[in-house]
Design a protein around this ligand. Structure first.
Ligand code: TYM
Length: 332
């Protein structure tokens, strides 16, 4: 039996990168593993400057989109991180195991701290400890596999280190998890800046395809994607990042291999046109289902309520065990 856990952070509208790199696989494959859990990690959204009303809105929207993308609450558990106290409870004691140096080495911390600094803001302490909360998310459930895009590999690696260290120091408590990544589209790039990841909280909006973009907006964004100075359609991440990104997106949407597809196209225009239509078709059923679910918010709320109950039951024994192992007195 494989336990699967993954999450999505409500800091922006979900993107094609989230979908191809993670969500689509969760629905198609991962949820069918025993006891898979998918979490809207709202506590993580508080690690950067945010508008509370927007976090609430985006959390509801992320939950609705996870269901719209095919997660079935009869098959897996979908819930909101802040509804299950065990995450914060475990995070604190894992902070007593992880080190300051480990946190400061995290690429995402360095990038985000620099961005916050450039905006004139201060860096919240929780941004530094972000990976520990993520480790708590994963370790609380005895997770074996964490299906994520490439950008989360370092965080999962840190989670492994923390689990191993805890087990060695305090006795076997945690399963040591491993990250799994899709073969294609593990890192979808920004269409306007194909050397940077397509991130939902980025500033380069025209280069980001959102899951809820209307078909004509999707077409416009893909047709305006930055391509490379050469003319032939070649698969080459370093030399031809723009074209390679389109080939990856097309292959991920249609099935197939991006390198093989590069032989099929003689012009960038034709590649863009087919990619745009492929993305529109992939998003269509998600958008349709999202519309239906928006008409029934009580259903989504019910899913989250029972999801949190189930998650709490799954997490509590292991978090309690971690507390006891570290020397904390049991209450009463
Ligand atoms: P987040 O919200 O940034 O992204 C959610 C998932 O989408 C993947 N992803 C991408 N994949 C390919 N190309 C892209 N451009 C792209 N952008 C995002 C991410 O890799 C991720 O799988 N720290 C996590 C949330 C988190 C989490 C966890 C994940 C918190 N606790 C525990 C797994 C397990 C994050 O910010 O994901």
């Amino acid at each position: 039996m494989t336990r699967v856990f993954s999450g999505v952070k409500p800091t922006g509208h979900l993107t094609l990168g989230n979908y191809l790199g993670a969500m689509r696989r969760w629905a198609a494959v991962d949820q069918h593993q025993a006891d898979a859990l998918f979490c809207i990690v709202d506590l993580h959204a508080l690690t950067v400057d945010h508008d509370p009303a927007r976090v609430r809105r985006l959390s509801r929207q992320a939950a609705t989109l996870l269901l719209a993308s095919g997660l079935d609450p009869e098959v897996c558990t979908v819930f909101v991180q802040s509804h299950v106290d065990e995450h914060a409870r475990l995070s604190y004691v894992l902070e007593c195991v992880a080190t300051d140096g480990e946190m400061r080495r995290m690429i995402q911390y360095k990038e985000k701290a620099a961005r916050e600094g450039a905006r004139g803001g201060s860096v919240r302490l929780s941004l530094l400890t972000y990976p520990v909360l993520m480790a708590a998310d994963i370790l609380a459930y005895g997770t074996d596999e964490v299906p994520v895009g490439d950008d989360q590999a370092q965080h999962v690696e840190l989670t492994r280190d923390v689990a191993v260290r805890f087990n060695q120091r305090y006795g076997h408590t945690f399963v040591v998890p491993r990250a799994t990544h899709p073969k294609i589209a593990a890192r979808v790039m920004n269409l306007q800046e194909p050397t940077a990841k397509m991130g939902k909280s980025d500033d380069v909006g025209p280069g980001i395809v959102y899951l809820l973009d209307e078909p004509d907006i999707v077409r416009k964004k893909v047709m305006r994607a930055v391509t490379d100075s050469g003319r032939d359609v070649a698969y080459d991440r370093e030399g031809r990042p723009g074209v390679t990104n389109l080939l990856e997106i097309l292959a991920a949407c249609e099935g197939g291999n991006p390198e093989d597809l590069s032989g099929v196209y003689e012009s960038y225009g034709a590649l863009k046109k087919d990619t745009a239509e492929a993305v529109v078709e992939v998003l269509r059923p998600v958008q349709e289902r999202h519309k239906e679910l928006c008409a029934d918010p009580a259903y989504v709320e019910g899913v989250l309520r029972s999801g949190a109950e189930r998650a709490r039951e799954m997490a509590r024994p292991r978090v309690d065990a971690a507390y006891r192992a570290m020397g904390l007195l049991p209450p009463g």
